[in-house]
Design a protein around this ligand. Structure first.
Ligand code: BGC
Length: 499
């Protein structure tokens, strides 16, 4: 159905609402944006083919844009892991502390958790503030949940969801901050010693056993309950993937003379794909986001697909049209709120897309509440279509990375464990991504609808909690078996944990 008095026009592919009221120059601008933001099957394939080469380059001695970090998580769980762990998850919005007990019953666990809000200014504060805040939250959690003396033997899995070079699983040198974090004095340094020092200063006798990326946690937690899972992905504030490689296919580890058949989880850090700007169809808005970000030239792919940036893309388009086009959008309105960088988040886009009303009244309220702008019917239809274009482009581009890992590994079928707000909260993301996967991987008719596809992207288990605990458990298992490659502090782990 279209609005009263409007002529029913055919909807474009991926379009869920009418743009029948949107005429004249506004319609012309929309047509230009359609072209700018639509990524064809051919382009997806081209991007994904280049992605495969870049994944390989990242594993090579010379390296490339995509870091392809070996994580020293060297096995999938078998479901018989047991023990009690503290999992710490430093996300963008919250710090979550969990106590997780992996029980005797295969694949089962018990969890107690608390969330602490990460103050916004911490993201651009000092390193000391960050480590002290984290240690304070841990101390609080322990005070709330424990008798201190029970804790001396609890191993910690710390989910640190930023690119880190790991020569060992209990160590990690931050390569660069992402997702708007910009704390001085952390990049280029091992994050574990200051973290442990902050714990020690509070007399907390916990032992960091594994520093974990959220994608590796997602991979391991999902594989714990579904043995077909081969890839773990995050489609949230940031975007990234991890998968299980074999050591023999990682030339940059050849000097270690490890058994080539050993598995090694790789944290791809694929957000850095195409930092050279060879294949991604960047618009002037993407370029602006990059140039004004704390780390220009970094995370090119992430800046087009991750939740942290999607609202900002929309804001930039709207501001550009208001300032530079004759289409008359938001004419005679006070647009001072729209001038505030990063005011809009990905949830803003989802809410527009999910407005159930024909007259888009929820979108109208959303703009009034958030931006203090009152939209005409034509403008409402325009922003609805723009939201679809931005959300669809992101979802389709993420399929390039998944398809690239599958093609690199020769996997025709597998499950992908996925987490993150775009994947779990946006109604359309999953379908759009599945459709694009089908186009890239040539599944043909009747596939690519996120139902029984050869490569199925499924909601993950809690990677940053259960996944981190499992990786700590797998590390302890290796220590017990004397397989200490990639474990820096096996001796002190044995002592501290009494294993
Ligand atoms: C980080 C990754 C992380 C991803 C999802 C990116 O910005 O670089 O380490 O996995 O966000 O949280």
């Amino acid at each position: 159905m279209v609005g009263l008095g409007a002529k029913a026009l055919p909807l474009r592919s991926g379009q869920t609402g009418s743009t029948a009221h949107c005429g004249g120059q506004l319609k012309d601008e929309l047509n230009k944006l359609e072209e700018l933001f639509t990524v064809s099957t051919g382009t997806l394939k081209k991007i994904s083919n280049h992605f495969v080469k870049e994944l390989e380059k990242g594993l090579s001695v010379e390296g490339g844009n995509i870091p392809m970090n070996p994580t020293w998580c060297m096995a999938f769980p078998d479901g018989h892991e047991t023990g009690t762990f503290i999992a710490l998850d430093m996300g963008g919005t919250n710090l979550r502390v969990c106590q997780i007990t992996l029980t005797e019953e295969k694949g089962r666990f018990e969890i107690t958790q608390s969330k602490y809000r990460m103050p916004e200014d911490l993201k651009t504060g000092t390193a000391d503030q960050l480590w002290n805040y984290i240690a304070d939250c841990l101390q609080q959690f322990i005070a709330d949940n424990h008798e201190e003396d029970q804790l001396s033997h609890i191993p910690v899995g710390f989910t640190f969801s930023y690119p880190a070079t790991q020569d060992y699983i209990d160590h990690g040198v931050l390569q660069r901050w992402t997702k708007g974090f910009d704390i001085d004095g952390v990049e280029g340094k091992d994050v574990v010693p200051p973290f442990e020092a902050a714990l020690a200063a509070r007399g907390l006798r916990l032992k960091l056993t594994a520093l974990v990326n959220d994608t590796t946690g997602t991979l391991i937690a999902s594989a714990y309950t579904d043995t077909e899972v081969k890839i773990g992905c995050i489609f949230g504030t940031g975007c990234n993937a991890a998968y299980m490689e074999n050591v023999g296919s990682i030339p940059k580890l050849a000097h270690m003379n490890l058994d080539p058949s050993l598995p090694m989880a790789i944290n791809c850090e694929w957000g850095a794909f195409d930092n050279e700007h060879l294949v991604l169809p960047r618009t002037k808005y993407d370029i602006h986001i990059d140039e004004t970000s704390p780390r220009p030239g970094q995370q090119s792919y992430e800046k087009m697909v991750a939740g942290y940036y999607l609202g900002e893309i929309m804001r930039l388009v709207l501001l550009d049209l208001h300032d530079n086009s004759k289409c008359g959008i938001f004419k005679d309105q006070d647009i001072s709120e729209l001038k505030k960088p990063y005011l809009l988040d990905a949830g803003f886009i989802s809410r527009i897309e999910e407005d159930p009303f024909e007259n888009l009244e929820e979108t109208k309220s959303l703009f009034q509440d958030t931006l203090h702008i009152t939209l005409t019917r034509a403008e409402l239809e325009f922003v609805r279509r723009l939201a679809e274009l931005i959300g669809t482009r992101a979802a389709r581009l993420t399929a390039c990375g998944i398809a690239a890992i599958c093609n690199k590994k020769g996997w025709k079928t597998c499950h992908v464990g996925a987490d993150g707000s775009l994947f779990t909260k946006s109604r359309y993301f999953k379908k759009r991504q599945a459709k694009a996967l089908g186009e890239i991987l040539d599944w043909g008719e009747g596939k690519g609808d996120a139902v029984d596809d050869p490569v199925m992207v499924l909601p993950a288990e809690d990677g940053s909690g259960v996944g981190a605990a499992l990786i700590a458990a797998l590390t302890i298992k290796r220590v017990k078996q004397g397989q200490v490659a990639g474990i820096r502090d096996a001796e002190s782990m044995v002592k501290a944990l009494g294993i």
